[in-house]
Design a protein around this ligand. Structure first.
Ligand code: SAH
Length: 384
């Protein structure tokens, strides 16, 4: 019996194919290709292999699933080996399960070769890890397509607190964002929309949930695209190159009723000689995140707001026992401090950059990579 393989071609960049996928592709007599597969990858097939496009892009209608299966069976029964090449991973929104079941029930053995899925590779291309020890304990892959009444339960998903990775959702981004906001997700939740990830044409929008739909529309992003919704999206790019632009994180504490201008002044003073342009995100205690001036400040400067729970902050104090503790803050908020732990939690491998400053009811701590600015001596918590 001839051989059949279900192969993941990866998200786009031909170099993200696995070694095994490359080796097997070079063996097949017939290659059935989906439309999201980078055409360069077909150069890895045998020169005399028959290439059959079964995707729906490029003007031609997509081949119905039963016809694809019938074609595979016909080739296999005629003694030809068949590689079924799918974008990303064949078992992630790829209908690979259906094809595998059909071939198996026809008595054909199929080898499945996993691929790098777009839901991991697209965020990774910007330095966004979909899970993160202090930000997201897991991630959910979900379709945003909503076809056949199969609308995901956005309310339940919002309640998980996990990173949401949405496939096939870009055309419905308005509905998806509205549903998540209605479910109580914060408008400040960091988001990324990434089109044609890992390809030269890649484009992205980094924003907050409240602005996601408008920004996607403004940028004209379309399919194929991945939406990443959750705190990890604030790590875009900073995770990749911590000493480049936007390498600083700001931890903020403030009095109720402060103004946007007060927040701005306190930040600018503390940051100098760095500026707001060097800030990747502003972080605070989740109980304080709804303060209108803070929301307006982050919107004005397009700086993502990251929030941490009291438990996150306590864990940070446990890891950094020398951080200064304030009994005053403890009495009000039930944690020993807000600025320094939030700045540290939001930073990747960061250290505190200087002494915390308090100005007009706003307290600011700044963290960054150790050598981000040689004019600033890393702050030593013992001296405070
Ligand atoms: N099996 C594929 C997913 C197929 S569903 C995988 O594992 O990646 C098709 C959806 O995948 C697209 O609508 C889009 O949401 C996503 N996708 C695939 N390739 C992509 C890319 N290069 N950039 C962004 N999204 C991509």
């Amino acid at each position: 019996m001839s051989r059949a393989w279900l192969i993941g071609a990866g998200p786009g960049d031909a170099e993200l194919m696995t070694v095994k996928a490359m080796r097997v592709l070079a063996l097949a007599d017939v290659v059935l290709v989906d439309d999201l597969v980078n055409p360069d990858i077909l150069d890895m097939a045998r020169a005399d292999a028959r290439i059959v496009h079964v995707g729906k892009r490029g003007g031609s209608p997509s081949t119905p699933q039963d016809e694809i299966i019938a074609a595979m069976l016909a080739h296999l029964r005629a003694g030809r080996s068949v590689a079924r090449l799918k974008g990303g991973d064949p078992f992630v929104f790829g209908r690979g399960g259906e094809e595998l079941a059909a071939l198996r029930s026809a008595g054909i053995e199929v080898e499945v070769i996993s691929g790098v899925t777009a839901g991991i590779a697209a965020p990774a291309s910007l330095g966004i890890p979909i899970t993160h020890r202090s930000m997201a304990q897991g991630a959910v892959f979900v379709t945003g397509h909503g076809a056949d009444g199969q609308e995901p339960d956005w309310r339940a998903l919002a309640a998980t607190g996990l990173t949401l990775v949405v496939y096939m959702g870009i055309r419905r981004v308005d509905d998806i964002a509205a549903a998540l906001l209605q479910a109580g997700m914060s408008a400040q939740t960091p988001c990324a929309a990434i089109e044609s990830a890992t390809l030269p044409a890649q484009r992205e929008v980094l924003t907050s949930l409240g602005r996601l739909a408008a920004q996607v529309r403004e940028a004209g992003l379309g399919s194929p695209a991945i939406l990443v919704i959750g705190r990890v999206a604030a790590l875009a790019r900073t995770g990749e190159a911590p000493t480049s632009e936007k390498s600083l994180t700001v931890g903020l504490g403030f009095r109720r009723g402060v103004t946007v201008d007060q927040i701005e002044a306190a930040l600018c003073t503390t940051l100098a000689p760095s500026t707001l342009a060097d800030v990747s995100c502003v972080a605070t205690l989740d109980a304080k995140a709804g303060e209108p001036a803070l929301v307006a400040f982050c919107d004005r400067h397009r700086i993502p707001l990251v929030t941490f729970s009291a438990a996150d902050i306590r864990a940070c104090f446990d890891l950094n026992p020398s951080l200064p503790r304030s009994s005053h803050v403890h009495a009000h908020l039930g944690v020993d401090g807000v600025c320094e732990p939030c700045a540290l939690l939001a930073a990747k491998n960061g250290t505190l950059m200087r002494k915390k400053q308090a100005l007009d009811g706003v307290t600011v701590a700044v963290a960054g990579p150790e050598k981000a600015n040689t004019r600033e001596r890393p702050h030593n918590a013992h001296n405070e």
